[in-house]
Design a protein around this ligand. Structure first.
Ligand code: UD1
Length: 429
Protein backbone atom coordinates (compact mmCIF):
# COMPACT_ATOMS: atom_id res chain seq x y z
CA UNK A 1 0.00 0.00 0.00
CA UNK A 2 1.36 3.44 -0.93
CA UNK A 3 2.55 5.86 1.74
CA UNK A 4 3.37 9.54 1.69
CA UNK A 5 6.62 10.68 3.23
CA UNK A 6 6.95 14.29 4.30
CA UNK A 7 9.89 16.16 5.75
CA UNK A 8 8.29 19.17 7.43
CA UNK A 9 9.46 22.66 8.13
CA UNK A 10 9.47 24.37 4.73
CA UNK A 11 7.29 27.35 3.92
CA UNK A 12 5.02 26.97 0.89
CA UNK A 13 5.61 29.43 -1.93
CA UNK A 14 4.33 29.35 -5.50
CA UNK A 15 1.19 28.44 -7.41
CA UNK A 16 -1.25 25.60 -6.76
CA UNK A 17 -3.83 25.00 -9.50
CA UNK A 18 -7.21 24.14 -7.97
CA UNK A 19 -8.97 21.15 -9.53
CA UNK A 20 -12.62 20.66 -10.38
CA UNK A 21 -14.70 19.80 -7.31
CA UNK A 22 -15.11 16.11 -6.58
CA UNK A 23 -18.41 16.76 -4.81
CA UNK A 24 -19.76 18.64 -7.82
CA UNK A 25 -18.43 16.23 -10.44
CA UNK A 26 -20.02 13.13 -8.88
CA UNK A 27 -23.68 14.28 -8.97
CA UNK A 28 -23.14 15.88 -12.40
CA UNK A 29 -21.89 12.56 -13.77
CA UNK A 30 -24.91 10.83 -12.24
CA UNK A 31 -27.19 13.36 -13.96
CA UNK A 32 -26.11 11.84 -17.30
CA UNK A 33 -28.48 8.95 -16.47
CA UNK A 34 -31.43 11.32 -16.96
CA UNK A 35 -31.06 11.63 -20.73
CA UNK A 36 -30.29 9.49 -23.78
CA UNK A 37 -28.27 12.40 -25.14
CA UNK A 38 -24.62 13.25 -24.40
CA UNK A 39 -23.69 15.24 -21.31
CA UNK A 40 -20.21 16.75 -21.60
CA UNK A 41 -18.55 17.83 -18.38
CA UNK A 42 -15.47 20.06 -18.36
CA UNK A 43 -12.96 20.26 -15.52
CA UNK A 44 -13.66 16.77 -14.12
CA UNK A 45 -10.93 15.96 -11.58
CA UNK A 46 -8.80 12.88 -12.04
CA UNK A 47 -9.60 11.04 -8.80
CA UNK A 48 -10.22 7.51 -7.62
CA UNK A 49 -13.86 8.37 -6.76
CA UNK A 50 -14.46 9.66 -10.30
CA UNK A 51 -12.96 6.50 -11.82
CA UNK A 52 -15.08 4.38 -9.52
CA UNK A 53 -18.25 6.23 -10.52
CA UNK A 54 -17.36 5.82 -14.21
CA UNK A 55 -17.32 2.05 -13.56
CA UNK A 56 -20.64 2.20 -11.74
CA UNK A 57 -22.30 4.23 -14.49
CA UNK A 58 -20.82 1.87 -17.09
CA UNK A 59 -22.66 -0.94 -15.37
CA UNK A 60 -25.94 0.87 -16.07
CA UNK A 61 -24.99 1.34 -19.72
CA UNK A 62 -23.37 4.79 -19.71
CA UNK A 63 -20.63 5.19 -22.34
CA UNK A 64 -17.93 7.77 -21.77
CA UNK A 65 -15.15 9.38 -23.73
CA UNK A 66 -12.34 11.55 -22.46
CA UNK A 67 -11.01 14.60 -24.26
CA UNK A 68 -9.12 17.69 -23.18
CA UNK A 69 -6.65 15.65 -21.16
CA UNK A 70 -4.15 18.43 -21.27
CA UNK A 71 -6.35 21.16 -19.89
CA UNK A 72 -3.61 22.01 -17.41
CA UNK A 73 -0.01 20.89 -17.31
CA UNK A 74 -0.46 17.28 -18.28
CA UNK A 75 -1.89 13.84 -17.90
CA UNK A 76 -3.74 13.33 -14.66
CA UNK A 77 -5.18 16.83 -14.32
CA UNK A 78 -8.86 17.71 -14.71
CA UNK A 79 -10.35 16.57 -18.00
CA UNK A 80 -13.38 16.98 -20.21
CA UNK A 81 -15.48 13.82 -20.21
CA UNK A 82 -18.62 13.06 -22.24
CA UNK A 83 -21.21 10.67 -20.84
CA UNK A 84 -23.96 9.06 -22.91
CA UNK A 85 -26.68 6.91 -21.38
CA UNK A 86 -28.33 6.03 -24.70
CA UNK A 87 -29.78 2.81 -23.29
CA UNK A 88 -30.00 1.98 -19.62
CA UNK A 89 -29.11 -1.70 -19.66
CA UNK A 90 -29.34 -2.35 -15.92
CA UNK A 91 -31.32 -0.55 -13.21
CA UNK A 92 -29.52 -2.37 -10.39
CA UNK A 93 -26.57 -0.79 -8.56
CA UNK A 94 -24.94 -3.77 -6.86
CA UNK A 95 -23.40 -3.92 -3.39
CA UNK A 96 -19.90 -4.62 -4.76
CA UNK A 97 -19.88 -1.22 -6.45
CA UNK A 98 -22.03 0.98 -4.19
CA UNK A 99 -20.28 -0.15 -1.00
CA UNK A 100 -17.05 1.46 -2.23
CA UNK A 101 -18.48 4.95 -2.54
CA UNK A 102 -21.53 6.39 -0.82
CA UNK A 103 -22.36 8.93 -3.52
CA UNK A 104 -23.03 6.16 -6.03
CA UNK A 105 -26.24 5.49 -4.10
CA UNK A 106 -27.51 8.72 -5.70
CA UNK A 107 -28.14 6.90 -9.01
CA UNK A 108 -31.44 5.93 -7.40
CA UNK A 109 -32.93 9.35 -8.30
CA UNK A 110 -32.27 9.45 -12.06
CA UNK A 111 -32.86 5.70 -12.57
CA UNK A 112 -36.23 5.89 -10.88
CA UNK A 113 -37.24 9.08 -12.71
CA UNK A 114 -36.24 7.84 -16.17
CA UNK A 115 -36.88 4.09 -15.94
CA UNK A 116 -39.63 3.95 -13.28
CA UNK A 117 -37.60 1.44 -11.31
CA UNK A 118 -34.29 1.15 -9.45
CA UNK A 119 -32.65 -1.41 -7.20
CA UNK A 120 -29.77 0.13 -5.31
CA UNK A 121 -27.62 -1.34 -2.59
CA UNK A 122 -27.47 0.50 0.72
CA UNK A 123 -24.25 2.54 0.64
CA UNK A 124 -20.78 2.35 2.18
CA UNK A 125 -18.19 5.15 1.92
CA UNK A 126 -16.22 7.00 4.59
CA UNK A 127 -16.28 5.62 8.11
CA UNK A 128 -17.66 8.86 9.56
CA UNK A 129 -20.79 8.01 11.41
CA UNK A 130 -23.88 6.10 10.47
CA UNK A 131 -24.90 8.16 7.42
CA UNK A 132 -28.41 6.76 6.99
CA UNK A 133 -30.62 7.07 3.88
CA UNK A 134 -33.98 7.79 5.54
CA UNK A 135 -34.28 11.23 3.91
CA UNK A 136 -33.88 9.77 0.43
CA UNK A 137 -36.56 7.17 1.10
CA UNK A 138 -38.92 9.69 2.67
CA UNK A 139 -38.43 12.24 -0.11
CA UNK A 140 -38.82 9.77 -2.98
CA UNK A 141 -41.99 8.42 -1.35
CA UNK A 142 -43.30 11.99 -1.25
CA UNK A 143 -42.87 12.01 -5.05
CA UNK A 144 -45.02 8.90 -5.27
CA UNK A 145 -42.33 6.18 -5.33
CA UNK A 146 -43.02 2.81 -3.78
CA UNK A 147 -40.01 1.79 -1.69
CA UNK A 148 -39.11 -1.56 -0.18
CA UNK A 149 -35.93 -2.50 1.64
CA UNK A 150 -34.87 -6.09 1.09
CA UNK A 151 -31.58 -7.95 1.64
CA UNK A 152 -29.54 -4.76 1.88
CA UNK A 153 -31.13 -3.28 -1.23
CA UNK A 154 -33.63 -0.50 -1.77
CA UNK A 155 -36.22 -1.41 -4.38
CA UNK A 156 -37.86 1.74 -5.70
CA UNK A 157 -40.60 1.92 -8.30
CA UNK A 158 -42.89 4.50 -9.83
CA UNK A 159 -44.69 2.72 -12.62
CA UNK A 160 -46.64 5.76 -13.81
CA UNK A 161 -43.92 8.37 -13.43
CA UNK A 162 -43.04 10.29 -10.29
CA UNK A 163 -45.44 13.04 -9.26
CA UNK A 164 -44.43 16.51 -8.12
CA UNK A 165 -45.12 17.40 -4.50
CA UNK A 166 -44.07 19.74 -1.70
CA UNK A 167 -41.43 18.15 0.52
CA UNK A 168 -39.71 19.62 3.56
CA UNK A 169 -36.42 17.96 4.50
CA UNK A 170 -36.50 17.28 8.27
CA UNK A 171 -32.71 17.73 8.19
CA UNK A 172 -30.44 19.39 5.64
CA UNK A 173 -28.77 16.84 3.38
CA UNK A 174 -26.63 17.57 0.35
CA UNK A 175 -27.08 14.11 -1.18
CA UNK A 176 -30.84 13.95 -0.62
CA UNK A 177 -31.20 17.44 -2.17
CA UNK A 178 -29.23 16.32 -5.25
CA UNK A 179 -31.31 13.16 -5.60
CA UNK A 180 -34.74 14.73 -5.15
CA UNK A 181 -33.85 17.60 -7.46
CA UNK A 182 -32.74 15.16 -10.18
CA UNK A 183 -35.76 12.91 -9.68
CA UNK A 184 -38.20 15.85 -9.78
CA UNK A 185 -36.91 17.11 -13.16
CA UNK A 186 -38.79 14.27 -14.88
CA UNK A 187 -41.77 14.11 -12.50
CA UNK A 188 -45.30 15.11 -13.48
CA UNK A 189 -46.03 18.65 -12.24
CA UNK A 190 -44.30 20.89 -9.75
CA UNK A 191 -42.05 19.89 -6.85
CA UNK A 192 -41.11 22.29 -4.07
CA UNK A 193 -38.21 21.25 -1.83
CA UNK A 194 -38.04 23.10 1.48
CA UNK A 195 -35.07 23.18 3.85
CA UNK A 196 -32.89 22.11 0.90
CA UNK A 197 -29.10 22.15 1.05
CA UNK A 198 -27.62 25.44 -0.26
CA UNK A 199 -24.14 24.13 -1.09
CA UNK A 200 -22.48 25.47 -4.27
CA UNK A 201 -22.46 21.90 -5.63
CA UNK A 202 -26.29 21.93 -5.53
CA UNK A 203 -26.27 25.16 -7.55
CA UNK A 204 -23.77 23.69 -10.02
CA UNK A 205 -26.01 20.64 -10.51
CA UNK A 206 -29.15 22.77 -10.94
CA UNK A 207 -27.41 24.89 -13.58
CA UNK A 208 -26.40 21.77 -15.47
CA UNK A 209 -29.91 20.30 -15.25
CA UNK A 210 -31.36 23.57 -16.53
CA UNK A 211 -28.89 23.50 -19.44
CA UNK A 212 -30.30 20.02 -20.14
CA UNK A 213 -33.82 21.47 -20.30
CA UNK A 214 -34.97 21.17 -16.69
CA UNK A 215 -36.95 23.99 -15.04
CA UNK A 216 -35.39 24.60 -11.66
CA UNK A 217 -35.44 27.84 -9.69
CA UNK A 218 -34.18 28.70 -6.21
CA UNK A 219 -31.08 26.44 -6.07
CA UNK A 220 -28.69 28.02 -3.58
CA UNK A 221 -31.61 29.02 -1.32
CA UNK A 222 -33.53 26.76 1.08
CA UNK A 223 -36.50 26.49 -1.28
CA UNK A 224 -36.00 24.87 -4.67
CA UNK A 225 -38.85 24.67 -7.16
CA UNK A 226 -38.76 22.16 -10.00
CA UNK A 227 -41.30 22.15 -12.81
CA UNK A 228 -41.21 18.63 -14.25
CA UNK A 229 -40.57 18.13 -17.99
CA UNK A 230 -41.11 15.09 -20.26
CA UNK A 231 -37.48 14.59 -21.17
CA UNK A 232 -34.05 16.14 -20.87
CA UNK A 233 -31.42 16.65 -23.54
CA UNK A 234 -27.63 16.74 -23.55
CA UNK A 235 -25.56 19.76 -22.55
CA UNK A 236 -22.03 20.98 -21.98
CA UNK A 237 -21.27 22.10 -18.45
CA UNK A 238 -18.26 23.04 -16.33
CA UNK A 239 -17.50 21.63 -12.88
CA UNK A 240 -16.86 24.38 -10.30
CA UNK A 241 -13.45 24.62 -8.59
CA UNK A 242 -13.05 22.49 -5.47
CA UNK A 243 -13.72 24.64 -2.40
CA UNK A 244 -12.49 21.93 -0.05
CA UNK A 245 -9.19 21.59 -1.89
CA UNK A 246 -8.95 25.41 -1.86
CA UNK A 247 -9.57 25.61 1.89
CA UNK A 248 -7.16 22.75 2.57
CA UNK A 249 -4.23 24.41 0.79
CA UNK A 250 -5.12 27.78 2.30
CA UNK A 251 -4.86 26.18 5.74
CA UNK A 252 -1.60 24.50 4.79
CA UNK A 253 -0.09 27.91 3.96
CA UNK A 254 -1.60 29.42 7.11
CA UNK A 255 0.21 26.69 9.03
CA UNK A 256 3.63 26.56 7.33
CA UNK A 257 3.82 30.24 6.41
CA UNK A 258 4.67 31.42 2.91
CA UNK A 259 2.83 32.88 -0.07
CA UNK A 260 0.76 30.77 -2.48
CA UNK A 261 -1.65 31.60 -5.29
CA UNK A 262 -4.51 29.11 -5.39
CA UNK A 263 -5.05 29.36 -9.10
CA UNK A 264 -8.64 29.19 -10.35
CA UNK A 265 -10.09 29.19 -6.81
CA UNK A 266 -13.31 31.12 -6.18
CA UNK A 267 -13.65 32.95 -2.85
CA UNK A 268 -17.46 33.08 -3.02
CA UNK A 269 -17.55 29.27 -2.70
CA UNK A 270 -15.96 29.31 0.76
CA UNK A 271 -16.19 32.83 2.13
CA UNK A 272 -17.04 31.64 5.65
CA UNK A 273 -13.96 29.42 5.84
CA UNK A 274 -11.71 32.12 4.34
CA UNK A 275 -12.92 34.58 6.99
CA UNK A 276 -11.95 32.08 9.68
CA UNK A 277 -8.52 31.51 8.10
CA UNK A 278 -7.85 35.25 8.03
CA UNK A 279 -8.85 35.50 11.70
CA UNK A 280 -6.00 33.06 12.42
CA UNK A 281 -3.57 35.66 11.07
CA UNK A 282 -3.13 34.66 7.43
CA UNK A 283 -3.77 37.22 4.73
CA UNK A 284 -6.25 36.30 2.02
CA UNK A 285 -6.25 38.32 -1.20
CA UNK A 286 -8.71 37.75 -4.04
CA UNK A 287 -7.05 38.24 -7.43
CA UNK A 288 -8.13 37.86 -11.07
CA UNK A 289 -6.54 34.45 -11.26
CA UNK A 290 -7.55 33.02 -7.90
CA UNK A 291 -6.93 33.47 -4.18
CA UNK A 292 -3.55 34.41 -2.73
CA UNK A 293 -2.79 33.22 0.81
CA UNK A 294 0.14 34.60 2.81
CA UNK A 295 1.44 34.34 6.33
CA UNK A 296 4.74 35.93 7.12
CA UNK A 297 6.23 35.72 10.57
CA UNK A 298 3.11 36.28 12.66
CA UNK A 299 1.93 33.47 14.91
CA UNK A 300 -1.32 31.56 14.44
CA UNK A 301 -4.23 32.98 16.46
CA UNK A 302 -6.72 30.53 17.96
CA UNK A 303 -10.26 30.69 16.54
CA UNK A 304 -13.35 28.68 17.57
CA UNK A 305 -15.41 27.06 14.83
CA UNK A 306 -18.60 25.05 14.56
CA UNK A 307 -19.33 23.06 11.42
CA UNK A 308 -22.62 23.86 9.73
CA UNK A 309 -24.36 23.36 6.40
CA UNK A 310 -23.40 25.95 3.74
CA UNK A 311 -22.79 28.87 4.10
CA UNK A 312 -21.38 27.87 7.51
CA UNK A 313 -17.97 26.35 8.13
CA UNK A 314 -17.81 23.05 6.17
CA UNK A 315 -17.41 19.75 7.98
CA UNK A 316 -15.06 18.73 5.16
CA UNK A 317 -12.55 21.34 6.42
CA UNK A 318 -12.89 20.54 10.11
CA UNK A 319 -9.97 18.09 10.32
CA UNK A 320 -7.64 20.41 8.38
CA UNK A 321 -8.61 23.34 10.58
CA UNK A 322 -7.87 21.28 13.66
CA UNK A 323 -4.43 20.60 12.17
CA UNK A 324 -3.89 24.35 11.87
CA UNK A 325 -5.10 25.00 15.42
CA UNK A 326 -2.63 22.49 16.91
CA UNK A 327 0.05 25.16 16.42
CA UNK A 328 -1.98 28.21 17.46
CA UNK A 329 -0.93 30.56 20.26
CA UNK A 330 -3.73 29.51 22.59
CA UNK A 331 -6.84 27.42 23.04
CA UNK A 332 -9.51 26.85 20.42
CA UNK A 333 -12.79 24.98 20.42
CA UNK A 334 -13.92 22.98 17.38
CA UNK A 335 -17.47 21.63 17.35
CA UNK A 336 -18.68 19.09 14.79
CA UNK A 337 -22.44 19.18 14.18
CA UNK A 338 -22.82 17.38 10.84
CA UNK A 339 -21.34 13.93 11.42
CA UNK A 340 -20.86 12.03 14.66
CA UNK A 341 -17.56 10.18 14.89
CA UNK A 342 -15.66 12.65 12.71
CA UNK A 343 -12.74 13.09 15.09
CA UNK A 344 -10.64 10.11 14.08
CA UNK A 345 -7.78 12.44 13.21
CA UNK A 346 -7.48 13.54 16.85
CA UNK A 347 -5.42 10.61 18.07
CA UNK A 348 -3.22 10.74 14.97
CA UNK A 349 -2.56 14.49 15.41
CA UNK A 350 -1.66 13.64 19.00
CA UNK A 351 1.07 11.35 17.63
CA UNK A 352 2.63 14.46 16.11
CA UNK A 353 2.57 16.16 19.52
CA UNK A 354 -0.79 17.97 19.39
CA UNK A 355 -2.73 18.59 22.61
CA UNK A 356 -6.40 17.90 21.99
CA UNK A 357 -9.14 16.81 24.38
CA UNK A 358 -12.49 15.55 23.23
CA UNK A 359 -15.80 16.08 24.92
CA UNK A 360 -18.70 14.70 22.89
CA UNK A 361 -18.85 16.59 19.62
CA UNK A 362 -16.37 19.24 20.74
CA UNK A 363 -12.58 19.20 20.59
CA UNK A 364 -10.50 21.60 22.68
CA UNK A 365 -7.18 22.22 21.00
CA UNK A 366 -4.35 23.64 23.10
CA UNK A 367 -1.79 25.06 20.66
CA UNK A 368 1.82 23.88 20.92
CA UNK A 369 4.89 25.71 19.62
CA UNK A 370 5.98 22.80 17.48
CA UNK A 371 4.86 19.43 16.19
CA UNK A 372 7.25 16.53 15.61
CA UNK A 373 7.02 14.13 12.67
CA UNK A 374 5.77 10.55 13.22
CA UNK A 375 4.15 7.69 11.29
CA UNK A 376 0.38 8.27 11.15
CA UNK A 377 -2.67 6.69 9.60
CA UNK A 378 -6.17 7.91 8.90
CA UNK A 379 -9.47 6.31 8.09
CA UNK A 380 -11.13 8.96 5.99
CA UNK A 381 -10.36 11.39 3.25
CA UNK A 382 -10.36 14.73 5.05
CA UNK A 383 -8.65 13.30 8.14
CA UNK A 384 -5.79 12.04 5.95
CA UNK A 385 -5.18 15.44 4.44
CA UNK A 386 -5.19 17.10 7.86
CA UNK A 387 -2.27 14.82 8.73
CA UNK A 388 -0.49 15.87 5.54
CA UNK A 389 -0.74 19.57 6.36
CA UNK A 390 0.28 18.99 9.97
CA UNK A 391 3.23 16.93 8.64
CA UNK A 392 4.28 19.84 6.42
CA UNK A 393 4.57 22.06 9.49
CA UNK A 394 6.05 19.43 11.83
CA UNK A 395 9.76 19.10 12.48
CA UNK A 396 11.30 16.00 10.89
CA UNK A 397 9.72 13.12 9.04
CA UNK A 398 6.05 12.14 8.90
CA UNK A 399 4.74 9.14 6.99
CA UNK A 400 1.05 9.06 6.17
CA UNK A 401 -0.25 5.55 5.61
CA UNK A 402 -3.38 4.47 3.73
CA UNK A 403 -2.86 7.00 0.96
CA UNK A 404 -5.79 5.61 -1.02
CA UNK A 405 -8.06 7.87 1.03
CA UNK A 406 -6.19 10.91 -0.32
CA UNK A 407 -6.38 9.61 -3.88
CA UNK A 408 -10.17 9.56 -3.58
CA UNK A 409 -10.34 13.33 -3.22
CA UNK A 410 -7.07 15.20 -3.90
CA UNK A 411 -5.71 15.40 -7.42
CA UNK A 412 -1.89 15.24 -7.56
CA UNK A 413 -1.43 16.31 -3.98
CA UNK A 414 2.29 15.54 -3.69
CA UNK A 415 3.10 17.21 -6.97
CA UNK A 416 1.13 20.36 -6.19
CA UNK A 417 2.78 20.71 -2.77
CA UNK A 418 6.32 19.84 -3.83
CA UNK A 419 6.18 22.47 -6.56
CA UNK A 420 5.66 24.98 -3.75
CA UNK A 421 8.73 23.86 -1.85
CA UNK A 422 7.35 21.06 0.33
CA UNK A 423 9.45 17.93 0.77
CA UNK A 424 6.83 15.30 0.05
CA UNK A 425 6.93 12.08 -1.92
CA UNK A 426 4.91 8.96 -2.51
CA UNK A 427 6.48 5.66 -1.56
CA UNK A 428 4.94 2.78 -3.51
CA UNK A 429 4.28 -0.64 -2.09
C1 UD1 B 1 -21.92 15.40 1.19
C2 UD1 B 1 -20.47 15.44 0.75
C3 UD1 B 1 -19.56 15.27 1.96
C4 UD1 B 1 -19.90 16.31 3.03
C5 UD1 B 1 -21.40 16.29 3.36
C6 UD1 B 1 -21.81 17.39 4.30
C7 UD1 B 1 -20.46 14.56 -1.48
C8 UD1 B 1 -20.06 13.47 -2.41
N1 UD1 B 1 -20.23 14.36 -0.19
O1 UD1 B 1 -22.16 14.13 1.75
O2 UD1 B 1 -18.21 15.43 1.52
O3 UD1 B 1 -19.17 16.03 4.20
O4 UD1 B 1 -22.16 16.43 2.15
O5 UD1 B 1 -21.47 18.63 3.77
O6 UD1 B 1 -20.97 15.57 -1.91
N2 UD1 B 1 -28.45 12.21 6.82
C9 UD1 B 1 -29.51 11.54 7.38
N3 UD1 B 1 -30.34 10.85 6.55
C10 UD1 B 1 -30.17 10.80 5.21
C11 UD1 B 1 -29.09 11.50 4.63
C12 UD1 B 1 -28.24 12.21 5.47
O7 UD1 B 1 -29.69 11.56 8.59
O8 UD1 B 1 -30.96 10.14 4.51
C13 UD1 B 1 -27.54 12.95 7.70
C14 UD1 B 1 -26.10 12.48 7.64
O9 UD1 B 1 -25.90 11.35 8.45
C15 UD1 B 1 -25.37 13.70 8.15
C16 UD1 B 1 -26.20 14.86 7.61
O10 UD1 B 1 -27.46 14.30 7.26
O11 UD1 B 1 -25.40 13.73 9.55
C17 UD1 B 1 -25.62 15.55 6.40
O12 UD1 B 1 -25.28 14.57 5.43
P1 UD1 B 1 -25.38 14.84 3.88
O13 UD1 B 1 -25.45 16.31 3.64
O14 UD1 B 1 -26.44 13.99 3.31
O15 UD1 B 1 -23.96 14.31 3.39
P2 UD1 B 1 -23.64 13.63 2.00
O16 UD1 B 1 -24.53 14.17 0.94
O17 UD1 B 1 -23.54 12.15 2.17
Amino acid sequence: MDRIRIVGGNELTGIIPISGAKNAALPLMIASLLTDDTLTLENVPHLADVEQLIRILGNHGVDYSVSGRRERQGEGYSRTISFTARNIVDTTAPYELVSKMRASFWVIGPLLARMGVAKVSLPGGCAIGTRPVDLFIDGLQALGAKIEVENGYILASAKNRLTGNRYTFPKISVGATHVLMMAATLARGETVLENAAREPEVVNLAECLNAMGARITGAGTSTITIEGVDSLSGARHRVIPDRIETGTYAMAVAMTGGDVLLEGARADLLQGALDVISQTGAEIIETNSGIRVLRNGSGISPVDVTTEPFPGFPTDLQAQFMGLMTMSKGKSKITETIFENRFMHVQELARLGAHITLSGQTAIVEGVSKLKGAPVMATDLRASVSLVIAGLAAEGETTVNRVYHLDRGFERLEEKLSRCGAVIERISG
